[in-house]
Ligand binder design. Structure first.
Ligand code: SF4
Ligand code: F3S
Length: 112
């Protein structure tokens, strides 16, 4: 198993998760993070740290497409290990439905 970042992260990007991961397996896109499924050691430490509750174990149902998204972009986006300030408008996007369709970007973020 692994943990995955879901589209709940999109445009929230609070970045609390990157501070706690012992193996630095978060990668940064323009609007969300993903977890590298081959590097995650399933410790679960990041899950309760996310204020948006965007991180889940892939044992939850119907997560196959999100796992594929994490695996695909973990290879394409730069690693991030140091927390920065979240976007100024993060709270406006917290809990918004259908963010994948509206706001997903395949572009990389800056990383560390
Ligand atoms: Fe990192 Fe552990 Fe979260 Fe995996 S479960 S991304 S190893 S903090
Ligand atoms: Fe995203 Fe939550 Fe981390 S909003 S950046 S998964 S703390």
């Amino acid at each position: 198993m692994t943990y995955v970042v879901t589209d709940t992260c999109i445009r929230c990007k609070y970045l609390d998760c990157v501070d706690v991961c012992p193996v630095d397996c978060f990668n940064e896109g323009e609007h969300m993070l993903v977890i590298h499924p081959d590097e995650c050691i399933d410790c679960g430490v990041c899950e309760p740290e996310c204020p948006a509750e965007a991180i889940v174990a892939d044992t939850q149902p119907e997560l196959e497409s999100r796992l594929e998204l994490n695996a695909k972009y973990a290879s394409a986006w730069p690693n991030i290990t140091i927390k920065r300030a979240p976007p100024n408008d993060a709270e406006a996007f917290d809990g918004m439905p259908n963010k994948l369709e509206k706001y997903f970007s395949p572009d990389p973020g800056p990383g560390d």
